[in-house]
Design a protein around this ligand. Sequence first.
Ligand SMILES: [Zn+2]
Length: 156
Amino acid sequence: ITPVRPHRNVDMTHSSFPLNLVTRTQWGAIAPRHKDCLKSSAERVVIHHTAMRNCKSNTDFLVGQDGTVYEGRGWGVVGAHTKGHNADSLGIALMGNFDCNPSSEALMSVKQLLKAGVSQGFLFPQFVLFGHRDLGNTKCPGAKLYAALPQLRSAK
Ligand SMILES: [Zn+2]
């Protein structure tokens, strides 16, 4: 499998968005055994919460309630988060159960991540943002986070 572009970390040092990103190396992740690259920029973003076991470990990014972003599979890598929708989408999971309200810090970090993705060419500027429940039979990403998705869509 030939990557379309080198897999790289987000360089936030020159960004106007102070995103607190912890890379895989920084949090000591073991390199994924199998890594397929997206064929082009992602056209869709799928939002998850970690209350659902299946959504926890295979997303591209995890976002903590304090706004810290943890790199999962990373930009441009096919995740395994939404059955039938992994090949052209970026998966982001907020850490927690969002039948309760997500923090404004977490929502802000997701917005910043989306902007960074667009500005670096990993996401189409016209990307479409879904909640996992839009695409599968699941309660993910929780009622309150699902209700907050319009705020994230307006981040474009
Ligand atoms: Zn999910």
